[in-house]
Every structure is written in structure tokens, then in C-alpha cells.
Design a protein around this ligand. Structure first.
Ligand SMILES: Nc1ncnc2c1ncn2[C@@H]1O[C@H](COP(=O)(O)OP(=O)(O)OP(=O)(O)O)[C@@H](O)[C@H]1O
Length: 377
């Protein structure tokens, strides 16, 4: 999560933009998704610059008037000028050549795209010369500051203690932001140590792709919240994230299997993964794979057993199907050992094949084992 200044600045920029756009939508709609380079279809049509300075006294950028690339460099170095002319509610913005890769999109003014460097600089200079436009910018900057304060923008702060802490943005000045933490402390942190936080309405979402901001603290926060409520399964698109609860949780058994079979439950669950694999096998007539991975003690063996239970139960639970389930006891008796991470650690890898006939009944199984590579925990 070591991000450069520009990268985090860009994230905050997205946060501000998202909140700004949320303010324009009906209140019960979720906030707009941030720009994601790989999902062009979901990109907003325009992005807004980050207000790195909310000072509103000055009317024009201080410093020498320069030409061409020098001006752009000067503006990028001196946030004041850039903000003053290109604040989040301004019409035209500078295209920064060194914007981070995660934000390959440059700003489009309404009906006016900045295609060339000279055009941009000219535009900036003409704006600088205009006192009336400066007055408007003054007002816009004040609105921007008011907006951030009024909306109580939430952000994750990377603290020197090595922890992420959730806080509300009080103000942003230059490269620093004042953040109000939950314990009422106010911290001044560098903007590069901030990551945008998701709105409260996205707490506990069962699929990580529903999060507006998929940064590390947001993902960890969501998983932690779910885990603390015994919701050990979370989706990340088609991937299922499973946490080991280290206790019995009433999430398994016949009633749950029936619910997933009849599709009356769509909560993330290993049964749902097994059900999807079975349904797609029957629909397409092709083999399906479920890959279960994780560190030692993560719960892979148990998860594999739950998946097999589901598949076997769906076939009626004949004698052969029960025998397949019981193989794991024999394998564990010979191949498991107590380690510092897991009292019942499988000291071998497993490839389990279940064979189904065209009517969806289990007609055979094959289990291959392999040695763990040296040094495996
Ligand atoms: N879903 C679960 N519900 C309750 N307990 C669980 C669950 N998953 C795992 N556990 C507990 O955690 C222990 C370790 O899980 P498991 O043996 O499946 O881990 P593993 O990832 O296969 O580890 P290794 O790679 O060392 O074999 C289990 O013996 C069980 O006590």
C-alpha cells in the first residue's frame, strides 16, 4: 500500500468527485463508482481535480509568469495556482503528464477537451488574466471547502503506528489534511497517507465489487466487519473469500443445502460455489474445477469437505457417495500432523475428482495426493 503522492492525491480526487456527484443524485442512490482503468464502461464522463488547497484569499497564482512547459511545471509544484484556476468546480483543468497510471484519464471541460500542451497553457494564461473569472473561482473554492466540511468526507489515514484509522476530513491545505478521528483526536496527515473510505451505506457488503473504493483499508475493514458478525464468507466477484472461524457456526447442514439448491439464499457460501459448479456442469456438459487455496490453517480441508458434502447430498447420498466422503478420514489419519499453525494439518496436497453421469449422479471418484514442497508450513 505504499503509494506515491500523486497516486493518493488521485484517489482523494476520485473521492471528492464521487461525493460531489452523489450530491447531485437522489439521496437513496449509492455513490458513483470511481474511475477504474480496466472498466471503461463504468467511467464517469469527466473527472475533477483535487483541491489541494482551500485558501481563498489569493486571487491569482503567485510567482513569475512563465511560458509553455515551465508554467505547467510551476503549477504542478505550486498547488495554489493549480487549485485557484482548476479547483474541483472549475471549468478547465491542466493535464498533468505525470498523473499516476491508475488515472490515465485527463480532465475534460464541458464541451472542451484539452488535447495539446500549448492549448492548455494558453488557456491557463488567459484565465489568469481574467479578474472576473478569478472572482468566480474564489466562490467555487469556497464552495469546495464548504462541501468537504459539510459532507464530512471520510478517509483512511495511514498512521505512524502502522495502522489504518478511519477519520473525517476537516480541511485540506497544501499537501496536508486535518482529520478528525473517532476518538475525537484531530491529526494532520500528509495527503499521500490518505485513502478514500466508502460511505457507511456500503459497510458489510457481501461482495467486494460493490465497494466504491477497493483500497486495502476498505477491503480489510469490510472483511473484518463481516467476520466479527460471524459472516465468514464474502464474495469478490466469482471468487469466494472464506475465513476460518475457529468455532462452530450454524451455517451448514441440510436446511442450508436445500436453500442453496432451491436458490432461496444468495448469501456468499461454499455451498453456493459448489452449486454453481454443478449447475454449470449440467448446463454446459463440461468439467468444472473448484480451487481452494490459502495458508496453513486457513480452513481449506474443511471447506473442501463442505463442498463435497453439498455435491454428494445433491445426489441423494447413496452408499458410494458416503464412502467418498469417508475417504478423508483415512487420508487424514495417515497424512496429517500437528504443526504450530494447525493441530490437524494436511501434510500433503490433494486433487479430488468427482465423476458424474449425464443425469447428474455421482458415478465415481479419484483422489490424487502429492507431497508438499520442502519448507511448507
Ligand atoms: N468453516 C469452519 N468452521 C469451523 N471450524 C473450521 C472451519 N474451517 C476450519 N476450521 C477449523 O480450523 C482447523 C484448520 O482447518 P483446516 O485443516 O481445514 O486448514 P487447512 O487450510 O487445510 O490447513 P493445512 O494447510 O495446514 O492442512 C480445522 O481443524 C477446524 O477446527
Amino acid at each position: 500500500m505504499d503509494s506515491g503522492t500523486m497516486s493518493l492525491r488521485s484517489s482523494l480526487e476520485e473521492m471528492l468527485d464521487s461525493l460531489r456527484r452523489r450530491g447531485e443524485q437522489p439521496k437513496d442512490l449509492p455513490p458513483a463508482l470511481p474511475a477504474r482503468p480496466n472498466a471503461r464502461g463504468r467511467l464517469p464522463s469527466a473527472r475533477r481535480s483535487l483541491p489541494v488547497d482551500f485558501r481563498i484569499e489569493s486571487k491569482t497564482p503567485k510567482g513569475p509568469k512563465k511560458k509553455g512547459g515551465e508554467i505547467e511545471d510551476w503549477i504542478l509544484k505550486n498547488g495554489e495556482g493549480a487549485i485557484f484556476k482548476n479547483g474541483i468546480f472549475g471549468r478547465k483543468r491542466i493535464r498533468a503528464e505525470n498523473l499516476p497510471e491508475e488515472s490515465p484519464y485527463f480532465e475534460m471541460a464541458e464541451g472542451n477537451r484539452f488535447e495539446g500542451r500549448d492549448e492548455k497553457v494558453d488557456d491557463l494564461e488567459s484565465q489568469t488574466a481574467s479578474t472576473s473569472s478569478a472572482g468566480r473561482s474564489d466562490e467555487k473554492m469556497k464552495n469546495a471547502a464548504d462541501y468537504v466540511l459539510k459532507k464530512e468526507l471520510r478517509a483512511w489515514c495511514w498512521l505512524p503506528t502502522g495502522k489504518w484509522e478511519l477519520g473525517k476530513v476537516q480541511s485540506i491545505s497544501g499537501n496536508n489534511a486535518r482529520i478528525l478521528l473517532s476518538d475525537a483526536k484531530v491529526l494532520t496527515v500528509a495527503v499521500e497517507n490518505l485513502s478514500p473510505a466508502n460511505p457507511v451505506m456500503l459497510d458489510n457488503v457481501d461482495d467486494l465489487i460493490k465497494l466504491s473504493y477497493l483500497n486495502e483499508p476498505s477491503v480489510l475493514h469490510n472483511l473484518n466487519q463481516r467476520y466479527s458478525h460471524d459472516m465468514i464468507y464474502t464474495k469478490a466477484g466469482r471468487i469466494l473469500i472464506a475465513f476460518n472461524p475457529f468455532k462452530d457456526i450454524p451455517l451448514y447442514g441440510n436446511d442450508y443445502m436445500v436453500a442453496y439448491k432451491q436458490k432461496t439464499s444468495d448469501s456468499p457460501h461454499v455451498y453456493a460455489v459448489a452449486d454453481t459448479a454443478f449447475s454449470e456442469m449440467m448446463r454446459d456438459g463440461t468439467s468444472q474445477s473448484i480451487v481452494i487455496s490459502g495458508e496453513s490453517g486457513a480452513g481449506k480441508t474443511e471447506t473442501a469437505k463442505f463442498a463435497m458434502q453439498y455435491l454428494v447430498a445433491g445426489c441423494g447420498g447413496s452408499e458410494m457417495e458416503c464412502e467418498i466422503l469417508q475417504t478423508s478420514c483415512i487420508l487424514e489419519a495417515f497424512g496429517n500432523a500437528k504443526t504450530c499453525r494447525n493441530d490437524n494439518s494436511s501434510r500433503f496436497g490433494k486433487l479430488i475428482e468427482l465423476h458424474f453421469n449425464p443425469s447428474g449422479r455421482i458415478c465415481g471418484a479419484k483422489i490424487e495426493t502429492c507431497k508438499l514442497s520442502p519448507g511448507t508450513n
